[in-house]
Design a protein around this ligand. Structure first.
Ligand code: UN1
Length: 510
């Protein structure tokens, strides 16, 4: 089922400009020669400025300078900035969501959800600003206190992807700011307008609370701009979200200069469906996780490992649900699946499907392009379900598009082995009503991912938990739990109030 009424390029541009202005973007200041386009129609959007090497250098210097002031502002007062930012995000939720839809192609409900996720991380960070606690330990020496304190790092460089063009930056930025750092952000070339809109709201919060203006910057540049953040020694922490290929390039360069790294790379998320699973709930969970956001989340469900006794029945129901998905204009209320980001993404999907067929896979539904007549340069696709005879190379690779590979298992150990038998380790799920299976999946011998769920899909994590994964996903944790520690450095302090000078380990000296 497809929705035919795509907007015109003019419609999108007028919605975009109105929304950018409402967010406080100075259109004249951001305008430049770098072309941007809307995945809704493939039509051009406002062209943006390109920052060169010396401009990026100046941003890092300003951020470094602002850090010297910001680090001494009490953390709860830093929290007041993030609190104001959350108010502005709440007030301009629809404006920012419109920009996200226009540039990333998310359906309105998911674009609003992305902004809600930003508000949520701000709430969390504000609370965190009154904690940032260290431990105290008993000293072995009388009249001494031993404790740990946490201090800001400096400039945090954030590299983010197109698919969560604002939320991932906000996870990093809200925490980095309350922790006393300053931020230089290099968004995806496919998400610069969203970045400028999101950043304009932060700029307003900075002005409203009188925080130092230089504490946040957006770098509008291609890859070289990101590389500058990777290689600049003043960037104390580099937090990068994107492909495994990008992470493999970035990690040794940052490590080579002893910078800190936070990586959130690819996922190839799987779900096991056991015979006891509630199939109504499973179908809904699977369809949202696999087809939602047109399969363009790091957490999208890409592999379904189903018990052989229920496989046919479940697959039939998923296929039937896929046939009812409305694909088209993401601004329309009823639409569930918007466009892919661009042609390369569509081609990647086609190539993967071809390979899957060559490997003996059976494409049960989807895979075709739709609405090509209405918008030649937009790439709307029917999400695909492919029954695979085995977990072949193409299944083991992340294709950033809506392909769900289905495989079967006969015993639960085999299912876990299949599940963990991929290079990535971000998110995972089991659908079961057997408590022992659920517990095994969550145990150390179960899922090897950073996120492991029971009876919900792999995507849509809440902000309160740590977000990230293992193996090629890069090992970083962002957003909730103890992730704030990645933005700070611990110091161990020993305070002597005894008036004597006993040495540790009983050592005698002068
Ligand atoms: C991403 O795709 O990079 O768990 C982030 C989720 C969202 C975040 C996804 N909260 O699906």
């Amino acid at each position: 089922m497809t929705a035919q009424n795509l907007p015109t390029g003019e419609d999108i541009n007028s919605l975009l400009e109105k929304s950018l202005l409402a967010c406080g973007v100075d259109l004249d200041a951001v305008r430049g020669d770098y072309p941007t386009r809307s995945p809704l129609t493939g039509s051009p959007l406002l062209s943006v400025r390109s920052d060169d090497h010396s401009q990026i250098d100046a941003m890092i210097s300003e951020a470094q300078q602002a850090f010297l002031t910001w680090r001494d502002v009490p953390a709860p007062a830093r929290g007041a900035l993030v609190k104001r930012w959350a108010e502005l995000l709440t007030e301009h939720k629809a404006d920012l969501a419109n920009v996200i839809t226009a540039q990333a192609g998310k359906i309105t409900s998911e674009a609003l959800g992305e902004v809600q996720e930003m508000i949520d991380i701000c709430d969390l960070a504000v609370g965190q600003s009154r904690q940032l606690f260290g431990k105290t330990m008993p000293s072995e020496r009388p009249g001494h206190r031993l404790m740990e304190t946490w201090h800001p790092l400096g400039v945090v460089g954030v590299i983010s992807a197109f698919n969560f063009p604002a939320a991932v930056w906000s996870w990093n930025t809200a925490l980095a700011l309350v922790c006393g750092n300053t931020v230089v952000w290099k968004p995806s070339e496919n998400a610069q307008l969203t970045a400028l809109a999101a950043d304009a709201l932060l700029a307003r919060a900075v002005r409203d609370v009188g925080a130092p203006a230089g504490l946040h910057h957006v770098v509008c540049a291609e890859r070289a701009g990101g590389e500058q953040l990777v290689d600049d020694e003043r960037v104390a922490l580099l937090s990068a979200t994107g492909s495994v290929r990008m992470g493999k390039e970035v990690a040794p360069r940052v490590a080579g200069r002893f910078g800190r790294l936070l990586l959130e790379l690819g996922g190839n998320n799987g779900a096991i469906v056991a015979p006891s699973a509630d199939l109504d709930l499973t179908v809904r969970g699977v369809v949202f996780a696999a087809a939602g956001t047109a399969g363009q989340r790091c957490t999208s469900l890409r592999r379904l490992i189903v018990h052989e006794s229920i496989a046919d029945q479940l697959v039939d129901r998923i296929v039937a649900a896929y046939r009812t998905l409305s694909i088209g204009n993401p601004l329309d209320d009823g639409t569930l699946v918007g466009p892919l980001i661009n042609q390369a993404s569509f081609e990647g999907m086609q190539k993967a499907l071809e390979q899957a067929r060559a490997d003996g896979g059976d494409v049960l539904v989807g895979g075709s392009r739709v609405l090509a007549d209405a918008a030649e340069e937009a790439y709307y696709v029917e999400p695909a379900v492919v029954r695979m005879p085995a977990q072949t190379e193409v299944v083991r690779a992340e294709t950033f598009a809506p392909i769900l590979y289905v495989m079967t298992y006969s015993d639960f150990d085999e299912a876990i082995e299949l599940h963990n038998g991929v290079p990535q380790g971000l998110s995972s799920a089991v659908f079961t009503n057997d408590q022992a299976e659920a517990e095994r999946f969550l145990s150390s011998g179960g899922s090897d991912c950073g996120i492991a769920n029971v009876n919900i899909g792999t995507s849509g994590a809440e902000i309160g938990g740590g977000f990230g994964g293992e193996k090629e996903t890069g090992g970083g944790r962002e957003s909730g739990s103890d992730s704030w520690r990645a933005y700070m450095r611990p110091a161990t302090n020993t305070v002597n109030y005894s008036g004597e000078l006993p040495l540790a380990q009983g050592v005698k000296f002068v």
